[in-house]
Design a protein around this ligand. Structure first.
Ligand code: PLP
Length: 384
């Protein structure tokens, strides 16, 4: 069966991986080697040096590409190293349009590293994606989006962004970390590049930091591999193995993340102390219809704010939970709780973060794959 004909769960288990040719090992071995013996100069088995390519990483890159319905995949030492690769495809003077509700680390990379090298960034409210058109000029080269966004769970219409990008001959890159290819396939929606913080759901076990890019265009792929090899922010064989293992249960984990997310979002909505619950599965979510159109389900990321909006109340809840662990990051099998205003978004001035909804009482949950009843009971005792 060809990979393109496989359904998602079959791909998660089989795409990109083959029994080891030397031993028949069903699991891709960890090729912990920097170099490869050549039979004569330039006469090798496809691998010359592990920065350029490594068999374990190679299997992983093919697996992630297949999951995203893409032809070419590349893995990096972190999600940010993957974004760094995309920006290095641009030239001084080029302009990028991005969302105003962007992952903080991406914002920092754009502003404190790449602005210095002459790239110009516009951060735009994309709740209505047509807003993008106002910022396009002759220098615009790239639209960079993520959906759902962190931590407000805003939804951006990927297909509308893709139409705008095509019309103006721009690249569209989508950070698909929150949705994963199980829920959303940006390349199928018209994007040119998909990016992942593999650290989160794809790895899924909170034991690896890694990034990935996937694309379909050969020229774009050549640039991606040239930069991956030239800048050298590659991922290690052991980490590649761990993620290959994680991917085999991505569909199962995502099913449970979505089920648990739904149960907890609805529970939170009934609670007297809670002001707002942000989760794209609610019919009254402002872009619920777009979420329904471009995603197969709504995921396990939820944020909520408290009545009275007191910082102390939020900190109290975060302290009282027992099953939810207080930590940065997301997408692992275990449930995490975070307080964006003092953790992930602390660097953003209060006035600015409150404008986008990151108020003092906002709490973010990464709902894991435990039993929903236990998670709900934990939140219940923390809220009361
Ligand atoms: C974590 C994250 C990143 C950065 O990835 P790292 O692996 O931490 O470098 C980028 N985008 C989103 C949406 C993330 O959640």
């Amino acid at each position: 069966m060809e990979e393109k004909d496989m359904k998602f769960g079959t791909k998660a288990i089989h795409a990109g991986v083959h029994p080891d040719t030397a031993t028949g090992a069903i699991m891709t071995p960890i090729y912990q080697t920097s170099t490869y013996v050549q039979e004569g100069i330039g006469n090798h088995k496809g691998f010359a040096y592990s920065r350029t390519s490594n068999p374990t990483r190679d299997a992983l890159e093919k697996s992630i590409a297949a999951l995203e319905n893409g032809k070419y995949g590349a893995c990096f030492g972190s999600g940010l190293a993957a974004i760094d690769c995309v920006l290095k495809m641009l030239n001084p003077g080029d302009e990028i349009i991005s969302t105003n509700d962007l992952y903080g680390g991406s914002y920092r990379l754009f502003k404190t590293i790449f602005e210095k090298y002459g790239l110009k960034f516009h951060f735009v409210d994309m709740a209505n994606a047509e807003n993008i058109e106002h910022y396009i000029n002759d220098n615009t080269k790239l639209i960079w989006i993520e959906s759902p966004t962190n931590p407000m769970m805003n939804i951006i219409d990927v297909a509308v962004c893709a139409d705008i990008a095509k019309k103006h001959n721009l690249l569209l890159a989508v950070d698909n970390t929150f949705a994963t290819p199980y829920l959303q396939l940006p390349l199928d929606l018209g994007a040119d590049i998909v990016m992942h913080s593999v650290t989160k759901y794809i790895g899924g076990h909170s034991d690896v930091v890694m990034g990935a890019l996937v694309c379909n265009d050969k020229q774009l792929a050549d640039e991606m591999y040239r930069i991956q090899n030239s800048s050298g922010a590659v991922t290690a064989p052991m980490d590649s193995f761990l993620v290959l293992r994680g991917i085999k249960t991505l569909h199962l984990r995502m099913q449970r993340h979505c089920e648990n997310g739904k149960a907890i979002a609805h529970f939170l909505k009934t609670q007297d102390k809670i002001e707002n619950v942000y989760w794209p599965g609610f019919e009254d979510h402002p872009n619920h219809e777009i979420a329904k159109k471009q995603m197969t389900d709504f995921g396990g990321m939820i944020s909520f704010s408290l009545k009275g909006n007191k910082l102390e109340d939020a900190l109290e809840i975060v302290k009282k939970v027992r099953l939810f662990s207080l930590a940065e990051s997301l997408g692992g099998v275990e449930s995490l709780i975070g307080h964006p205003a003092t953790m992930t978004h602390a660097a953003i001035p209060k006035e600015e973060r409150e404008k986008s909804g990151v108020v003092d009482s906002l709490i973010r949950l990464s709902v894991g794959v435990e039993d929903a009843e236990d998670l709900i009971n934990d939140l219940k005792q923390a809220l009361n």
